[in-house]
Design a binder for this molecule. Structure first.
Ligand code: PXL
Length: 276
């Protein structure tokens, strides 16, 4: 039986349907044993709520790693998302180096920005630390805004294939092996994802839905990682994650006042169907 164990490191936003509260159920639905390491605990996510609480768990990390090492605990894959602090990023690298197997895959979603802007609380030092983490990724999963921050390129709302090619080359220049670049749109009414594997470009285009939701980056990355750890190719995983994310957006569009996240749970049967 193909039963793998993954570790995911990202925050717990207690309410808001993002990060760990999205990654854990999606990876579990993919049939993967999922170890979790919360990077921080927030009362809600930071996009649209005010006065949220934030407890940084950076200083818990070395002790957790020490215990895992004593127990000989290893993971078949490691997947990082929103991290709590710049210092934490170096601990995360330590955890990766000391819990991986020779075949383990490292997935990095540099969850720090969208729509041309960094999320609240992040700065240039954090971006620089994220560049170092991204360099180690087998699969880096940024949106265009994050890709621009990681490569010091100008963020553009309108662009062409040459702009995307330069972004991909610069991201590879950081040292990561493969890139899954989300939210790439070359035509009105259409968007898609670029799969850049060992320097080879492929593109999965799909309909651009009229509504967008917070947290879809986390849904996309979790489904992509889940499909890959299940043994799908990167292109098939990119497609499965895109189709599932679109279904989540469609479900959310039917709800009133669901502004803070995407209703990914009712769409889980669709994910299971796509994984068959
Ligand atoms: O969805 C990314 C994300 C994760 N975690 C927290 C966030 C955000 C985006 O705003 O605020 C705490």
């Amino acid at each position: 039986m193909n039963y793998k164990r993954i570790l995911t490191i990202q925050d717990i936003s207690c309410v808001g349907q993002c990060s760990l509260t999205v990654a854990l159920p999606i990876l579990s639905a993919c049939g993967i044993e999922t170890g979790v390491l919360p990077s921080a605990v927030l009362s809600t996510h930071t996009a649209g709520f005010s006065d949220f609480t934030f407890r940084d768990l950076t200083e818990d990390m070395p002790g957790i790693l020490e215990h895992w090492n004593k127990e000989g605990i290893q993971f078949d894959a490691l997947y990082t998302g929103y991290l709590g602090s710049q210092k934490q990023i170096s601990y995360v690298l330590d955890i990766y180096e000391n819990t991986k197997k020779s075949t383990s895959l490292f997935f990095v979603d540099p969850a720090m920005a969208d729509n041309g802007k960094l999320y609240p609380g992040f700065d240039t030092d954090y971006v620089n630390a994220m560049k170092a983490l991204s360099a180690k990724a087998d699969y880096l999963i940024p949106n265009i805004t994050e890709a621009c921050f990681l490569t010091d390129m100008e963020y553009r709302m309108e662009y062409d294939r040459a702009y995307i090619d330069t972004l991909l080359e610069k991201l590879s220049g950081l040292g990561c092996k493969n890139v899954i670049l989300t939210g790439v749109s070359y035509q009105e009414g259409e968007t898609g994802v670029v799969v850049y594997e060992k320097g080879n470009y492929s593109y999965y285009a799909h309909q651009m839905l009229p509504n967008s939701c917070h947290g879809t980056g986390d849904i996309y990355a979790s489904a992509f990682v889940g499909a890959m750890v299940r043994g799908k190719t990167a292109f098939d995983s990119a497609k499965i994650a895109a189709e599932y994310t679109m279904e989540c957006i469609r479900v959310t569009a039917q709800l009133d006042n669901h502004w803070y996240g995407a209703a990914f749970e009712p769409a889980i049967p669709k994910l299971l169907e796509l994984l068959k």
